[in-house]
Design a protein around this ligand. Sequence first.
Ligand code: PQ2
Ligand code: NAD
Length: 183
Amino acid sequence: MAYFPIFVDLKDKNVVIIGAGDIAYRKVEVLLPFHPKITVIAKKVNEKIKELFFSKKIDLKIKQFDENDIQQDHFLVVVAVDDLELQKRISQICSKKNILVNSVDSKEYCSFIFGSIIHDGDLVIGINTSSKAPAVSKALKAYLMQRLPKNIENLIEKVSKLRKIDTKNMQIEIKKFFNDAKN
Ligand SMILES: C[C@@]1(CC(=O)O)C2=NC(=C\c3[nH]c(c(CCC(=O)O)c3CC(=O)O)Cc3[nH]c(c(CC(=O)O)c3CCC(=O)O)/C=C3\N/C(=C\2)[C@@H](CCC(=O)O)[C@]3(C)CC(=O)O)/[C@H]1CCC(=O)O
Ligand SMILES: NC(=O)c1ccc[n+]([C@@H]2O[C@H](COP(=O)([O-])OP(=O)(O)OC[C@H]3O[C@@H](n4cnc5c(N)ncnc54)[C@H](O)[C@@H]3O)[C@@H](O)[C@H]2O)c1
């Protein structure tokens, strides 16, 4: 079954990542440009995540997970531990509290999944395969990145100014941009 994409405002929202290995790091990296307040909780922490903590980009708690780590003011939780039973347990705790949860080993324990993301200023494109083939999402991102028209951020800026004052010229600018991009 396909997943509906929504674009969420994460600024200053409390995001908790359980686990601090390579996969947790990947999830942290992809979230950081959207400015949430990230806390990583794990027994063992890899060097790249320690660096993010020392450069004050994230908060870090080195401990074994317990139920009190999930609080009602948490907006979103990512469970990136190498333990499927724990993924299931944390997913159930989050569901009871109506907190969005992503679990890295099983879509059954996810209320949302990550897409492969193209992020360039105000432009965000999310790709997913309904959890079937993440490697295809990654490859499609590379394919699209090579083919996206250049300077699309300039068009976005121009149109954001025009749309309130001159919709006719707005449409002309959009048409012209994509016509030029084809050539
Ligand atoms: C898109 C991306 C975003 C991101 O992670 O930020 C992402 N996975 C990426 C890469 C990737 N993941 C895996 C491989 C190895 C090849 C392979 O196994 O296929 C590669 C390729 C690589 O790393 O090169 C292994 C894997 N992934 C999942 C499982 C468990 C399962 O399938 O049940 C396993 C097996 C674990 C194991 O047992 O080994 C599950 C999920 N992975 C998702 C997202 C969600 C579905 C998105 C979709 O529908 O496309 C979902 C459901 C949950 C979630 O994580 O949100 C990111 C590309 C980022 C980029 O663009 O660079
Ligand atoms: N979703 C995806 O895209 C994707 C891709 C590849 C792999 N995976 C899966 O992601 C999982 C994590 O992979 P990894 O390479 O980052 O693993 P890892 O072993 O490097 O890291 C696991 C982390 O979980 C922590 N942890 C485990 N039990 C804990 C507990 N009880 N309390 C607190 N912390 C605990 C460990 O301390 C460690 O920091 C694997 O199970 C793997 O199959 C998912």
